[in-house]
Design a protein around this ligand. Structure first.
Ligand code: IPE
Ligand code: IPE
Ligand code: MG
Length: 225
């Protein structure tokens, strides 16, 4: 039976969830942050899940209205501050991926602080993808190693990426069937699950059902049965 050691989620549908309820889009982001907490706690209690990588803000999301971007930055900062004791209680290590240099100094400090304070935790690793784009990640990795190496191997490139771990199970909520520049390298052999459920409505039961279906898939990795 397959084990979903590394689960990655494209948490999509916050805005539509709010609009369906005649609320402002940002209310959807607030509701989405609560689900991040629930799903992370659930994964931290599973013996099989080692990593949970969540797409929180893409390199393309800067195109959104300024007020929405500002709200997301504030929400991220307050989420991380509030979550620190929860990470510690659940033995969760926080490891951001993405180019966080684009964020305010204060947000960068909060991110670093939570990362450092949870660095001893050896349970689940929760990665939030923050100003993350897979193309940007791959380019940064190549530029990091190109002057030191004449010939770049798969292992070298993989080690230079923000996320060095292949994904087993990749889930996208919100009904669209695309990767939106998420973990393009690491998802090379991931099993892909798409659900119409909007992220604020996604529950631990939904995740459990997907994991159950995942465990039954025959993963061949290009070989034969
Ligand atoms: C995902 O939800 C959260 C972020 C991209 C920050 P959206 O905000 O994309 O919600 P929809 O897709 O517009 O409903
Ligand atoms: C992907 O969702 C990014 C995150 C969930 C953070 P988007 O809503 O930004 O993606 P597109 O625009 O539908 O591809
Ligand atoms: Mg969206």
């Amino acid at each position: 039976m397959n084990k979903a050691k590394h689960i990655a989620i494209i948490m999509d549908g916050n805005g539509r969830w709010a609009e369906l309820k005649d609320k402002k889009r940002v209310k959807g982001h607030e509701a989405g942050a609560k689900v991040v907490k629930e799903i992370t706690t659930f994964c931290s209690q599973s013996k099989d899940i080692e990593r949970l990588t969540l797409y929180a803000f893409s390199t393309e999301n800067w195109k959104r209205p300024r007020l929405e971007v500002e709200f997301l930055m504030k929400l991220l900062e307050s989420y991380l501050r509030n979550e620190l004791p929860v990470y510690l209680k659940n033995n969760v290590r926080f490891e951001p991926i993405g180019d966080t240099r684009a964020f305010s100094k204060s947000l960068q400090k909060t991110i670093k602080d939570v990362q450092e304070k949870t660095s001893h935790c050896d349970g689940l690793v929760q990665s939030l993808a923050l100003n993350y784009g897979a193309q940007d990640e791959i380019l940064r990795a190549v530029n990091k190693i190109k002057d030191c190496e004449d010939f770049i191997t798969e292992a070298m490139l993989s080690n230079a990426l923000d996320c060095k771990h292949n994904v087993d199970l990749l889930i996208r909520t919100g009904g669209d069937h695309r990767l939106s520049n998420f973990l393009l390298w690491q998802a090379a052999y991931a099993e892909l699950f798409f659900t119409d459920t909007l992220w604020p409505d996604f529950t631990t039961d939904d995740l459990q059902k997907i994991i159950k279906d995942f465990t039954k898939i025959e993963r061949r990795f290009g070989g034969l049965k």
